[in-house]
Design a protein around this ligand. Sequence first.
Ligand SMILES: [Cu+2]
Length: 483
Amino acid sequence: MREPTENTEHAVPAAPAAEAPGRRPIPRADALRLGAVAGVAAVAAFAAAPAAAAAPLRAASPVRAATRVPAAAVPLPGVLDLYINEGYARMVDDSLVYQRGFGDAPTARNAASPSLRIRPRVFTRDGQVVTSRTYPLGAPVPANGTPLPLGPDAANVGQFMIRRNYWASYFPARTMIAETGSTVRLRVFNRLNGPHELAIAGAGSGGGDLTTGEIPPGGEATLEFDAPAAGTYVYYDPTNEPVQRALGLFGCLVVMDPDDAWKVAPDQAGFERQWLWVTHAVDPGWGDIEAAGGTVDPEVTPAVPRYFLLNDRSGYEALAHSPSRAINLAAHEESLVSGYPRQIDIRQFGEDIDAGTIRAGQLVRLVNPGLVYHQIHFHGNHLWTVRRNNREWPREFGVVDDDGHVVLQQWEDVVELEPMDRKDCIIPMKRPPDATDQVWANRTTAWKYPMHCHAEPSQTAAGGMYPGGLVAHWELKSMATED
Ligand SMILES: [Cu+2]
């Protein structure tokens, strides 16, 4: 049931911020925009950084001997380095498509495995940057992604008692997690021939954006800021919006309170574990234009996405039906919602039953850094949407916004997700309402339900190959068998 975590792998030592002589805290307003400079001068922006020369060089990712190995920068304690790289990413039909991304290490354009997304990192309150796919750090990780229950619910046949504040959750590549009270320190290297930028939508004071500002070709920039309020954020390159984002320059920042790590936000919905679902739509035509040195003008060349990804997987790979055990395991851990049924009214956020147990569902953070409107549709259970773009929706006196959307917490079997949208939803993991007693009492295997996007083109790959696109499923487990 318990597996060793990867929490300590590649851990960066804590920045001795408090002890560093001459450290002057950077006022928040100043920290929001430290600006971009070419060369290494930006290092000076981190006044607290100890002697960089003492830190060991980080090895570049392995490449073929014939390929020139790009040099990685000397890492700084407590600072996450992001490399704006380019390369060719494999799609679900084995096509190679030109993409860009914020990677872990400098890689060449022709690298077999270009670094186009970071491994998940956690910025802790005590100043560390920890490489970890799971959070909370140190919490037990659910095998295959599925949290085991505490035990049967004696009052409700076929249902289970859920552990309170117990299980860690897995996060996909591209994720940064920041604990509230932490300071996020980023250094961004632009390795490409055009200007780029890293911005974080809605993470600034007053709900504004944070940004490095423009980073010239070959240049670097730093960005340091206090973790914003608990919530779900998108970091991305707003250059020639939405082109650079669509080419892959995006990721997610999730902010959580480490003292209350099983809630969406303070006083908000509790959950058993959480899932971060990041959608992406890939237009190979746009990639071809930029790869050839051109600049996409969306007016001249409207986007025609041909691949639709969930946590960077599509179709049979997103569904964990691929020949690769590693891909299948990652899909189960990061995307394919699973758990044991529990008696619940999800509108009672985190109702205590007995000590150590809770009535709660699972949180799905839906994020769309891509190009197209998605319609996230679940069979089996409806979802209860609690927040959009980190704003709580009301429980009563709902309103209709300027776009005609109802703003009210409600049951939804289709959750609309506009480009740059973030919605926090709870899936109850409950007995499906139309399962009769006789059927339910005789259940012996897991019940699996589809999730598919109702925007039908997103179900395809390369214009066909249905269902090769944005799909998933979720599972209500059964203790009756080892399913
Ligand atoms: Cu359906």
